[in-house]
Each structure stands twice: as C-alpha cells, then as structure tokens.
Write a protein that binds this ligand. Structure first.
Ligand code: NAP
Length: 311
C-alpha cells in the first residue's frame, strides 16, 4: 500500500482546495482527490461576482486559481473517484478509489452537492435531448431557440440571464407566486427584454419523438393543466431547483441533518474522529463559495490539531 498521507481531501472545489491550502501551510502532507475539473460546482459557473476582493471571475478560472494556490503551498492533487472511506483498527483512514487504495491520518470530505431533479414525467427520458441541468454546459445547443427554466432561486435566475444571450426567449417557470432569489437578482432578470416569468406554474410532463415537442403546464393556483406543442427540438428545459448535499460516501460515518447535509461541530468534525466535512455537503443555511472556503480552512486546522494529538 502507498505511503500514508497526513491528510487526504476528497473533492477539489472551494472547500477542498481551501482545506488543502491551510493544511499545506501547516506543513501537513496533503493530497486532494478529484474526479472532475478543479472548482467543483463553480467550474461551470459563468461568473462569480460575490467573492470578496474578486469583483468578477469565471468559476472555472477561480477553481484553477484555488488549485494552483494550494499546490504552490505544497499540496498535491490527483485524479481519483473515491468509492469508500473506512477507518482501520490502527485509526488510519483507508480511501479506496477507482484506481488504488490510499491511507491517511485524517480526512476532509468536501464533495459538494448535486443538482436536484425537477420531478416531471419524461425528465429522465429527455435528459440531454431537451432537458438540461447546466446552462453553461448546454446553452449553445439552444441558440435562437425557446427555453424554459424551472426554479425561482438564484441559480435559476443566473441560468436565465446567461441563456437570454443565446436563446430567442427565456421563460422562467416558478412554482410559487414569488421568487426565492434575492431582490437584486430578480430585478436584473425582470429588466431583461426576452425573459418572462410564469408564476404559480409547474411543468408536469414532457413528450416528443427524439426531442421535446410537447410540454404540459399546471397552474398551481387552480390545479388545471394544459399542453403546449412545439416543433420537435425547438425548445429546451433547464432544471435549476437547487442541490442535494452529496453525502453518500460518508453516510456510514456521520449523522445527517434535516436538510440532508452532514452534521458537524463548529470545527467541521463529524461523529467519526479524524473525519471532517466541509462545504455544501454540510447541513447549513448559506451555500456559497465563501462559506465553503471558510469551512475548508476550519476543517484543515481541526485536522491539523487532530493529527498533532494522535501522533
Ligand atoms: P434554492 O435557493 O434552494 O432555490 C430553489 C428554487 O427551486 C426555489 O425557487 C424553489 O421553489 C424551486 N424548486 C425546488 N424544487 C422544485 C421543484 N420540484 N419544482 C419546481 N421548483 C422547485 O437553490 P439555488 O437557486 O440552486 O441556490 C442554492 C444556494 O446557492 C442559495 O443559497 C443561493 O442563494 C446560492 N446561489 C447564489 C448565487 C449568487 O449569489 N450569485 C448564485 C446561485 C446560487 P420554492 O421557493 O417554492 O421552494
């Protein structure tokens, strides 16, 4: 088995790379395992404009900078799709990836969150053929077309603003009579000429041959439904209804809160000594780059103290 690391960080988003930066600066031997792009969820964000000191930056660029910063401090990154985390009799953590087994004295898990499904009939069948979860990834397929975005939060508004520069028209489908998004974001949206909003509306069903050609809408005030038909492939639906904490990997080792996130103490410790969780996978109220980065820094320092005490 390979050398035992002081700390293995699972997940290369803002929480993971902040943990790696702080751990490396504390002279820990730290390895970050990531199976995608650095940056995690922000890697597909067109613009990040709420991280203090960085007025505007693409998510991909910010993710790369975070990785470079942590590596400059001495952290290492490796590809790895982690399958299991176990604690052996000696108190070490054994991390099994799709390629190898690694060991560490402590672990910070920062696996983020995954997009929630819209829950309408046909969603899975038309995924990638009219149903998408990422405007930055798939927006180009809808140039000059008509798109619907499900959701009323900041993510839905961001997706709508992005797609309004590509699609001919953007219609937000909001299930209640108001947005969850911040006032500022909603005002920006409402000022955009080719964006409109269908309040108290849900999409219940999509149909088509190869691509979507019919969508069923429900008026949530009356319960009435109606079907709208389109030329096959002329419309797209983007689902932006929030995210679920990605906890599957740690569930045997942690407790979960009512929102599905991992319960930690103020030091990001879980109920398994030496296992810390950080970022959007935690049970928390504000999931932002800055709160993820903060969690990561705290988790790293807690891991440092844990390693010092258990040496
Ligand atoms: P969110 O804030 O939880 O909003 C989810 C939206 O989807 C709500 O409007 C919700 O409606 C709706 N929804 C949930 N399930 C639905 C369903 N099955 N069908 C239809 N609509 C459904 O999620 P988010 O927009 O992904 O944002 C997550 C966090 O990231 C938030 O804290 C947000 O502020 C933050 N964020 C910030 C920025 C930024 O500051 N630039 C950008 C993106 C995200 P209800 O309101 O009725 O529940």
């Amino acid at each position: 088995m390979a050398t035992k690391h002081d700390l293995i960080v699972i997940g290369g988003g803002p929480a993971g790379y902040s943990a790696a930066l702080y751990a490396a600066r504390a002279s820990l031997d730290v390895l970050v395992l990531e199976h995608g792009m650095p940056g995690g969820q922000i890697a597909t964000s067109d613009v990040i404009d709420n991280y203090p000191g960085i007025p505007s930056c693409s998510g991909a660029e910010l993710g790369q900078k975070m990785q470079a910063h942590a590596e400059q401090a001495g952290a290492h990154s490796a590809y790895g799709w982690v399958q299991a985390i176990e604690k052996d009799d000696s108190g070490s953590f054994v991390i099994t990836t799709d390629m190898e087994q690694l060991t560490a004295r402590a672990v910070v898990v920062a696996t983020g969150a995954t997009p929630r499904q819209g829950g309408f009939t046909g969603e899975d069948a038309f995924r990638g053929r009219g149903v998408s979860y990422c405007a930055t990834c798939d927006g180009m397929f809808y140039r000059g077309k008509r798109v619907f975005i499900i959701g009323g939060g900041n993510s839905a508004v961001e997706e709508a603003l992005y797609l309004s520069n590509i699609a001919s028209s953007v219609e937000l489908v909001v299930r209640r009579d108001e947005f969850r998004a911040s006032r500022g974001m909603a005002d920006r949206l409402l000022a955009r000429e080719n964006i409109s909003v269908r309040y108290q509306t849900s999409i219940t069903d999509v149909e088509g041959e190869t691509f979507i050609n019919a969508i069923t809408f429900r008026d949530n005030a009356t319960g009435e439904t109606h079907v709208e038909r389109f030329d096959e492939g002329s419309v797209g639906i983007f689902v932006a209804v929030g995210h679920d904490p990605a906890t599957a990997l740690v569930e045997p080792l942690v407790d979960l809160g009512a929102d599905g996130g991992v319960l930690t103490d103020d030091g990001m410790a879980t109920r398994t000594p030496g296992l810390f969780c950080a970022g959007d996978m935690r049970s928390k109220t504000l999931r932002q780059v800055i709160t993820a980065a903060s969690d990561g820094a705290i988790a790293a320092m807690s891991a440092y103290q844990y390693i010092e005490q258990h040496n």
